[in-house]
Ligand binder design. Structure first.
Ligand SMILES: Cc1cc2nc3c(=O)[nH]c(=O)nc-3n(C[C@H](O)[C@H](O)[C@H](O)COP(=O)(O)OP(=O)(O)OC[C@H]3O[C@@H](n4cnc5c(N)ncnc54)[C@H](O)[C@@H]3O)c2cc1C
Length: 490
């Protein structure tokens, strides 16, 4: 007999673990199958952006993550241009540098504490679906070959996704940059902030990782080697000196490798009962540090939809809207990070001087710089709203102060920690509460006067007043977004 669960997640990277935590918080039984036999100690991602920190705040783990990392309040652009993050309208007006395994450890701890089962040493080898569910074949590290069955499955299994292959989906795109060098090193001259520069011969980027080590990512135009070719620290030193004028005394590498950056996106994020999220759905240049951040937001967007579907309370189209909302975001991340990388790679010194000058000018024009900062940090992400909707619909919900809310919640993002919809209203009748919706009252007058916030922190519906007509509209919005009201069950 296959082991059964409500949702199966393939891959315990950041995307899978975030999704598992959100599903478990919503009361869904969830199993994560992970090929690795031990927790990850690798650090690919190390930049956690403001919008991701807001999401992690709405899950109760941001403060702990921030406490262990390094805050950077400027984002290094091409050349010497820097984007000021301190002006971001967020509780987290900075970029956090922290190793990916720290983020994963917190996500794993949360998911397991909430009841998700994470099975290590379980490599998924195949997947089939029928009208009622999904069957997944697994090869365990102990040699056994169990099968698992679930109502829904999610491939969060990274760039070479087995789930994507089993769905017969292509992964169109291209190899963007070959032979990029990566080195995690100690520096004799430690850096407090990331530094980057591009010259005719190549590029070098050096950043603290937040744990005393530094990450060097470099590319040497004149030394294009296969990714399997051996890499010595001298190769990295040479191009770093050319690009940045010094190698900062790099020594004692703990990790040296070459990789190639691809720009690819799967055409569909959903096939029947199976979904794709994170690197399984999109990969792109590491410029701008967007991959993990985007995967975590995919997961938060998908989780509440799946939870509603498992409960049989998903209004029409709620599952399909995952792809409709997240596919365009993935496309724009691929486009923007690719553009950033191509600008850095410009061959002509004249064009490079112009690009650098344009970057320097742009970051000095406050409205333009603010827009760039909001985009780079995910703060600007918004989803399409129906015509006639309130201007805030589809946008990120502001972290309002609350007069009352569930438990000790004093802010909206604390009220979101139960992974339910949150209705912000001074006069909401108790009967609107359901097991998927909590009601909170703002601490003072707010604009808008009422707001229905999705579990992923985006505004589903809002109204500027709270008179009778608006209350009817509020009840209609709850029915449309949350499903049938079931009487007070907070
Ligand atoms: C050099 C570099 C720097 C980067 N820097 C940043 C950054 O600063 N910020 C950022 O946001 N992103 C960054 N990224 C990208 C980021 O690392 C990825 O986007 C992120 O790890 C994707 O998370 P994921 O959970 O979707 O996939 P992954 O992290 O790839 O996790 C997938 C998991 O699935 C497991 N798995 C795979 N196949 C199977 C199978 N068949 N059965 C069971 N389990 C399976 C894997 O073992 C793995 O644990 C960087 C990437 C690189 C290469």
């Amino acid at each position: 007999m296959p082991e059964t669960t409500e949702v199966l997640i393939v891959g315990a990277g950041p995307t899978g673990l975030m999704l598992a935590g959100d599903l478990a918080a919503a009361g869904v039984s969830v199993t994560v199958l992970e090929r690795r036999t031990r927790k990850s100690v690798l650090t690919r991602a190390f930049a956690v952006h403001a919008r991701t920190l807001e999401l992690l705040d709405a899950r109760g783990i941001a403060d702990e993550l921030v406490a262990g990392g390094a805050r950077i309040d400027r984002l290094q652009m091409i050349g010497d241009a820097q984007l000021d993050l301190a002006r971001l309208p967020s509780r987290f007006p900075f970029m956090l540098l922290t190793p990916q395994h720290e983020t994963e450890a917190l996500l794993a701890g949360r998911a397991e504490a909430l009841g998700a089962e994470v099975v290590l040493g379980a490599e998924v080898t195949g997947l089939r679906q029928d009208a009622d569910g999904v069957r997944v074949s697994v090869r365990r590290s102990d040699g056994t070959r169990p099968t698992f069955r679930a109502r829904y499955a999610v491939g969060a299994d990274g760039m070479n996704s087995v789930v994507r292959t089993a769905l017969g989906l292509p992964f169109p795109g291209r190899a963007a940059l070959r032979s990029v060098m990566l080195a995690d090193v100690r520096l004799s001259v430690p850096q407090q902030e990331p530094v980057a520069n591009a010259v005719r011969e190549g590029i070098a980027f050096v950043s603290p990782l937040g744990d005393g080590w530094h990450r060097v990512v470099a590319w040497d135009r004149g030394k294009q080697m296969p990714v399997e070719a051996a890499l010595g620290l001298d190769d990295v030193r040479t191009i770093t000196r050319k690009a940045l004028g010094t190698d900062f005394g790099m020594h004692d590498p703990r990790w040296l490798s070459r990789f190639q950056t691809d720009e690819r996106q799967v055409p569909r994020y959903r096939v029947g009962r199976v979904f794709l999220a994170g690197d399984a759905a999109h990969v792109h240049s590491p410029a701008g540090g967007q991959g993990m951040n985007t995967g975590l937001q995919d997961a938060a967007n998908l989780a509440w939809r799946l939870a509603a579907a498992v409960r049989g309370q998903a209004p029409d189209g709620v599952l399909d809207a995952y792809e409709a909302e997240r596919h365009p975001i993935g496309r724009s991340v691929i486009r923007d990070s690719g553009r950033m990388m191509r600008m850095a790679l410009v061959h002509s010194p004249v064009v490079r001087t112009l690009v650098n000058a344009a970057s320097r000018t742009a970051v000095r024009i406050p409205p333009l710089a603010d827009r760039m900062a909001a985009k780079a940090t995910g703060i600007a992400v918004a989803y399409p709203a129906p015509s006639g909707a309130h201007p805030l619909a589809g946008k990120r919900a502001p972290d309002l102060k609350l007069a009352s809310g569930p438990g000790t919640a004093k802010r909206l993002y604390e009220a979101l920690r139960a992974c339910r919809f949150v209705l912000v209203s001074r006069h909401a009748p108790a009967t609107v509460s359901t097991e998927r919706l909590v009601t909170v009252a703002p601490a003072g007058p707010t604009a808008p006067a009422m707001m229905l916030v999705r579990p992923d922190g985006y505004v589903a519906w809002a109204a500027d007043h709270d008179d009778k007509d608006d209350h009817d509209a509020m009840l209609a919005a709850i029915d449309a977004w949350v499903g049938a009201r079931q009487g007070a069950a907070q």
